[in-house]
Design a protein around this ligand. Structure first.
Ligand code: F6R
Length: 236
């Protein structure tokens, strides 16, 4: 793992944006894995301002809430359209997010896994980290899903996401998420994290035991991970 310490969220976003811009400049038809949440908003702003040509890029997102249609402003499809896709010249038909309102969610997971297989290895996969160490919505457990699955969100994740809703009762309890095997199937994983509240979990992920109870710790097994952090993490 290569760990880059940024001074603050702005610097983290700029450093991460540079990695994506270089990737797309060097390979205009890059396949990018994208994430949602509070952490990548600044990075997506930077990409929007960059003028970088995304016209041949294809993207796949990590996850989506079960039950939320793309028009719902809390859905991850809405988030991606609003925070990134409308700001760059990517073709919307080349952007992929699991469908949270599919009639058969298991079938939708199978479709998404098949799509990932068809598209092939991602050039970069962007990740955030949950307060409980989740990546995508692979929640801490005794065993983890390998491929795209319908997951029950943990109380920690529901509480962390409640900030986007009027009331915690409105937060979806389930999501569709890439599995760990799929997340790891990227040439380069870029994990971004900011805020002192993420420091301890990031420390466990980077330097702790490798355990399914901290899904991000599995990234220690990947040969090409860049962590860009503004949490105050110190080197072990
Ligand atoms: C988002 C995702 C999640 C978030 C994580 C951190 O697509 O898969 O794993 O990256 O929950 O969220 P924020 O950035 O809101 O702290």
């Amino acid at each position: 793992m290569r760990i880059i310490h940024a001074k603050n969220k702005e610097e983290m976003s700029k450093i991460a944006a540079q990695i994506f811009i270089e990737q797309v400049t060097n390979k205009p038809d890059s396949l990018l894995g994208l994430a949602t949440g509070g952490t990548p908003v600044g990075l997506y702003d930077e990409l929007g301002k960059s003028g970088c040509d995304f016209s041949r890029v294809t993207s796949v997102n990590l996850d989506e809430y079960a039950g939320l249609p793309g028009e719902n402003e809390n859905s991850y499809r809405y988030f991606m359209n609003d925070n990134l896709f409308r700001k760059i010249n990517i073709k919307l038909e080349n952007t992929n997010v699991p469908c949270g309102t599919a009639e058969d969610l298991q079938a939708e997971c199978k479709r998404y896994s098949a799509l990932l297989n068809k598209l092939g290895t991602r050039d970069i996969q962007l990740l955030g980290i949950g307060p409980n160490g989740h990546i995508g919505f692979c929640e801490p457990d005794t065993e983890l899903f390998a491929t795209c699955s319908v997951v029950d969100l943990t109380e920690s994740t529901i509480q962390a996401n409640a900030r986007f809703y009027n009331d915690i009762s409105e937060v979806p309890r389930q999501a569709l998420s890439m599995g760990v095997k799929e997340i790891m199937d990227a040439k380069h994983i870029v994990l971004i994290a900011e805020g002192a509240g993420k420091k301890e979990i990031l420390k466990k992920a980077c330097f702790g035991k490798i355990t399914t109870q901290v899904p991000a710790s599995l990234l220690q097994l990947h040969p090409n991970v860049t962590v860009i952090e503004a949490t105050g993490l110190e080197e072990e």
